[in-house]
Design a binder for this molecule. Sequence first.
Ligand code: NI
Length: 196
Amino acid sequence: MASHDRGHVKRVVALAEYIARREGADVDVVVKAAELHDIARGENGGNHALRGAEITRKLLAENPEFAEKVAHCIEAHSFSSGVKPETIEAKVLSDADKLDAMGAVGIARAFIYSGENGRSLEDTLKHFEEKLLRLVNCLYTETAKELGRERHEFMLEFYKRLKKELKFAETCTHKSVAEQERKNEVCNHDQNQNVL
Ligand code: NI
């Protein structure tokens, strides 16, 4: 799928390497894990993180200690696996993958995914509320939190704008101008509330 294409992997590798250097994590483990982290995505059935770790152990079998370190990063990079990151390297990979779902890239990927899956604008907005706008609280390392803050702010601004425009379109149908203006005021009040 285009939302999880080569471009995603390349960006996660770059982000993971940057964070690993700043956090003093093992760069070789982190980069290898980033390259392989979505290897099982697109396979039918099973959890892609757990299955990816399994494939990684086989691929790197000649160096079992290294393989295990990389595999742990991969099994723990997605919340869906239920495995928590226990090493700094695993935290770095999780952070890099989350950062690529945030900011302008995160917005673009969300809509690519929506296009691929026939998801409406309203449902995409729900995805922002349920997932994308919560990612900022799921980052482990200080370096990622620093990068994540700005990406989160930008996404939040976009989310509010989209919500406002969708609400406006909803309120202007079959309504008098006066009523429409009153409704717009309501939108503005809504906007001032904490969206999460
Ligand atoms: Ni990924």
